[in-house]
Design a protein around this ligand. Structure first.
Ligand code: NDP
Length: 299
């Protein structure tokens, strides 16, 4: 029940109206007995500074940041965690009345959660896409001790920018003896690389539900459909998308015997990690968050 004592937490981005975060967070906060309310708040880039300043003054207990502000939000932080600094991206803001906002990134923790059950040392991974979430994926793969990483981008400029930002020094690639390579999406070598990969991650929006297609589903696949003929059953496919569940790409992979992982667990685990930072509470009711998300997606 919202009362005069209820505090605000929420999400800033553009657009935010399809976000699952309010469903997940409000379920958890109710279970934890926190008198907080989580709202998805549309915010244009030009207003990010003034909106975050105002929310700090309104005693907002915490913010999530999504597209397109993850990188620009670094500029409004008084302090930035080493991980967010390394990635050049913030998805969580923690308030400090005297100091201002502290920026952190929980996407890496969310990404890693479904992969922790397996040994990845020495394996080969492919990341499709080189935007904001691909940066968190890179940091996660470094953490798993993956040996070879291939990043595939559609655009030379963004691919070069990604490879330049995530320098070996920056990500300890040299220390961990990781081989990092970038290829453009039309490169002939990709087909062969797919055959050899142990893990392939889709970090693009290709395959995400679209309002204008039949039943709201997209049948598109990253890199087009034909390239996946070479997929081997040993390969794990990880799609960061969680609507639809599964995507057309994960369905095709499952038909070829591959293990599919969708983006829902990442979403839940990054949300739980943000709530841990805001509430300073270790025990977050992750089962309640997962159940709320699944119920919402099937309703
Ligand atoms: P960005 O916009 O930062 O990056 C998207 C990347 O995909 C860019 O490299 C972009 O290329 C590429 N791309 C976009 N459209 C196409 C296309 N039609 N064909 C080929 N490449 C394309 O987005 P994010 O990295 O933040 O998000 C990517 C996906 O991951 C989204 O679907 C998002 O919902 C999902 N996600 C899921 C999370 C979860 O918790 N499960 C968390 C974060 C993201 P270019 O550089 O040329 O524009």
């Amino acid at each position: 029940m919202i009362s005069g004592k209820t505090s605000l937490v929420g999400l800033l981005g553009q657009p935010v109206n399809h976000s699952l975060s309010p469903v997940i967070h409000n379920a958890a906060m109710q279970e934890m007995g926190l008198d907080w309310c989580y709202l998805a708040m549309p915010c244009e880039s030009k207003n990010l500074n003034i909106v975050t300043k105002a929310l700090l003054n309104l005693n907002c207990k915490g913010l999530n940041i999504t597209i397109p502000h993850k990188q620009s939000a670094l500029n409004i932080c008084k302090t930035i965690s080493p991980l967010a600094k390394k990635l050049g991206a913030v998805n969580t803001l923690i308030p400090n009345q005297e100091e201002g906002w502290t920026g952190d990134n929980t996407d890496v923790e969310g990404f890693l959660a479904p992969l922790k059950v397996k040994e990845w040392k020495g394996k080969k991974a492919i990341i499709i896409g080189c935007g904001g979430s691909a940066r968190a994926v890179m940091a996660g793969l470094e953490n798993l001790d993956i040996k070879d990483i291939l990043v595939i981008g559609r655009n030379k400029n963004s691919l070069n920018c990604f490879l330049k930002d995530l320098t070996p020094q920056n990500l300890n690639l040299q220390k961990n003896k990781i081989h990092l390579e970038g290829l453009l999406s039309e490169d002939d070598q990709i087909s062969n690389q797919i055959k050899k990969a142990d893990l392939i991650i889709n970090a693009t929006p290709i395959g995400m539900s679209k309002e204008n297609t039949q039943a709201g589903l997209s049948h598109e696949m990253p890199l087009g459909e034909t390239i996946w003929q070479n997929l081997e059953a040993k390969t794990i496919l990880y799609d960061l998308i969680y609507t639809p569940r599964p995507t057309a790409w994960l369905t095709l992979g499952a038909q070829k015997g591959c293990t599919p992982i969708d983006g829902l667990e990442m979403l839940i685990q990054q949300a739980a990690a943000s709530l841990r930072l805001w509430s300073q509470t270790k025990d977050i009711p992750i089962d309640v968050m997962r159940a709320a998300a699944k119920k919402h997606l099937t309703s």
